[in-house]
Design a protein around this ligand. Structure first.
Ligand code: EPU
Length: 436
C-alpha cells in the first residue's frame, strides 16, 4: 500500500521547531562540489527526498557521498568521477540532472543529461539553460532522450536571461566559474539561495561579484578546490510552519527562521493580520487572538513574494474575513491544488486573467493563474491526493485546521522537500500518523 498520512483535525500548533538547510540550496551545492576533485563538506543538510535523489545521482557517476543525517553533515568526494553520463533512470525525478551540465563539461569536456522532471506545475522548459550554454560555446544536441553537451573549455560571454530563472542562473554561474574569461549574467535570479551558491563557489576559489540590476559577474578561474560550507536555512519551510501556526490560531517558535530572507513574506503576513515577534535565533508566530484580513498580492522573483509561499498563504486566506486575490506570475499552472481545498470547504475560484496587479507573461496564455479566495470558510476532513510538493504542505495545514479526519496520499512529494515533517507536526501537538 502507498504511504499515507492520517490527521485528526481541529487542532492548533503549539511549541517549538528548528528549521534546517534549504532544499533549493543544498541540492545545487551538492552538484557544485563536483567542480573540484577532493572532499567538500556541507553542513546543515536537511533529511529530505531531494537530497537522497541527488546523492544517488552523484554516486551513479562516481562520487563518494557520506551523509551523517542526525548531524546534518554531507561529505562529497568528487576525486574519481567515472562518467559524463547521467543515467536515464534519474530523468523525471527532480530538476537536478540539468544542473550537472556545467560541472561535467568542466571535468570531462562533455555531458549527457537525460530529460527533466519535477513537480507538475507548468511545462518548465530548459530553453534558457540551453541558450546560455550555447552562448558560452557549448555544442548541444538532443538524441535518444538525452541532451549531449560538448566543449573543451567554455568561454566567458554576456548572457541576458529572458526571465530571472533560478535554475538557469545557477547552472550558468557554476559553468562560468571555471570558464575561460569573464561571464556576465544579466536579468539573473538573485534569490538568497543563489547568493548562498555563490558563497560556496567563492569558498571553492571562484571569483563572483553581484552587481546592481540583477547582474552576476563571474571571472573564470582554471580550477576550483574542495571546500566546506554551511547551507542557508530553508525560508520556505519557515514560512510554511509560520502560516500553519497562525492559520490554526496556534503559537510556534521557529528557530532558524531568518528575518533577512523573509522580509517580504513577513510584511504580507502582517498585512493579513498574522502576528510575529523576532527573537534571537528565530521568529515566534502566533495567531491566538489574530483578526485575519484579506489581501491582494502577486508572487514574483526575489525580492518579491516567492511562488513557493503562495500555497500555504492561501490556506491562511481561507480563514481571513473577506475576499483575497492572488496573482501567480512565476508559474502558469500553480493553482491545481485549489479544487481539493474546495472539496474540503474552501471557496477558491481561478481565473485566466491577471487579477489585482500588473499584467504578467501569462496574460493571454489561457492558464488559470489568478485566484480569488473567499473567507472565512470552515474546512472539513477528506481523503486527498497530493499533486506537488508545496501543495502537499498546504493540504497538511488544511487537514490540521479541518474538522474530522483527513487521509493524505502521495506524501512522498512532501518528504521530497520538508525535513522530518511528521516529527515536527507531532512535536507541535498534531496527531498525525503514518500508514505504510
Ligand atoms: N523557465 C523557462 N525556461 C527555462 C527555465 C525557466 O521558461 O529554461 C521559466 C519556468 O517555466 C518558470 C520560470 O521560468 O515559469 C521560473 O523558473 P525557474 O527556472 O526560476 O525555476 P526552477 O529553477 O526550475 C526553482 C525551484 C522552485 C521554485 C522556482 C522559483 C529548485 C529545485 N526549484 O525552480 O521550487 O519555485 O525556482 O523560485 O530550486 C519547490 O521547491 O517546490 C519548487 C518548485
Amino acid at each position: 500500500m502507498a504511504k499515507k498520512f492520517i490527521i485528526e483535525g481541529g487542532r492548533y500548533l503549539k511549541g517549538e521547531i528548528r528549521i534546517r538547510g534549504a532544499k533549493n540550496a543544498v541540492t545545487k551545492q551538492m552538484v557544485a562540489a563536483l567542480l573540484a576533485p577532493g572532499k567538500s563538506v556541507l553542513n546543515n543538510v536537511p533529511e529530505i527526498g531531494d537530497v537522497e535523489i541527488t546523492k544517488q545521482i552523484l554516486s551513479s557517476i562516481g562520487c563518494v557521498v557520506t551523509h551523517r543525517k542526525e548531524a546534518g553533515i554531507l561529505e562529497i568526494d568528487a576525486s574519481n568521477l567515472s562518467t559524463h553520463i547521467v543515467p536515464q533512470e534519474y530523468s523525471g525525478l527532480n530538476r537536478i540532472p540539468i544542473l550537472l551540465a556545467g560541472v561535467l563539461l568542466h571535468r570531462f569536456g562533455k555531458a549527457e543529461i537525460p530529460m527533466m522532471g519535477g513537480c507538475d506545475i507548468g511545462p518548465r522548459p530548459l530553453d534558457f539553460h540551453l541558450e546560455g550554454f550555447r552562448t558560452l560555446g557549448a555544442d548541444i544536441s538532443y538524441e535518444n532522450g538525452a541532451y549531449h553537451f560538448k566543449a573543451k573549455r567554455l568561454a566567458g560571454a554576456r548572457i541576458t536571461l529572458p526571465f530571472p530563472s533560478v535554475g538557469a542562473t545557477e547552472n550558468l554561474m557554476m559553468a562560468a566559474a571555471t570558464a575561460q574569461g569573464t561571464t556576465e549574467i544579466r536579468n539573473a535570479a538573485i534569490e538568497p539561495e543563489i547568493v548562498d551558491l555563490a558563497l560556496f563557489l567563492q569558498s571553492m576559489g571562484a571569483i563572483i561579484t553581484q552587481e546592481t540590476d540583477r547582474t552576476w559577474i563571474i571571472q573564470g578561474v582554471g580550477e576550483l578546490h574542495a571546500a566546506q560550507h554551511r547551507v542557508i536555512n530553508d525560508r520556505i519551510e519557515a514560512a510554511s510552519f509560520a502560516v500553519s501556526a497562525i492559520a490554526t490560531r496556534g503559537d510556534v517558535l521557529i528557530r532558524g527562521a531568518d528575518q533577512l530572507h523573509m522580509l517580504t513574506f513577513l510584511n504580507w503576513l502582517r498585512k493579513a493580520g498574522g502576528e510575529f515577534e523576532t527573537v534571537e535565533d528565530g521568529i515566534r508566530f502566533y495567531g491566538v487572538h489574530s483578526k485575519l484580513k484579506p489581501i491582494a498580492v502577486e508572487t514574483g522573483v526575489h525580492p518579491g513574494l516567492m511562488t513557493d509561499w503562495q500555497q500555504p498563504l492561501v490556506i491562511l486566506l481561507t480563514q481571513a474575513d473577506g475576499m483575497s486575490v492572488i496573482h501567480e506570475t512565476v508559474y502558469e499552472n500553480r493553482f491545481g491544488y485549489a479544487e481539493t481545498l474546495n472539496r474540503m470547504g474552501a471557496r477558491i475560484q481561478l481565473y485566466n486573467e491577471c487579477l489585482g496587479g500588473r499584467d504578467c507573461r501569462f496574460r493571454n496564455s489561457g492558464h488559470k493563474h489568478s485566484a480569488i479566495i473567499q473567507g472565512p470558510t470552515p474546512l472539513k476532513g477528506a481523503s486527498i491526493e497530493i499533486p506537488d510538493l508545496r501543495a502537499g504542505f498546504s493540504y497538511l495545514v488544511a487537514a490540521v485546521l479541518a474538522k474530522g479526519r483527513t487521509e493524505i496520499s502521495g506524501v512522498n512529494y512532501i518528504e521530497r522537500g520538508y525535513d522530518r515533517v511528521v516529527e515536527k507536526f507531532q512535536a507541535l501537538g498534531v496527531p498525525i500518523s503514518v500508514v505504510e
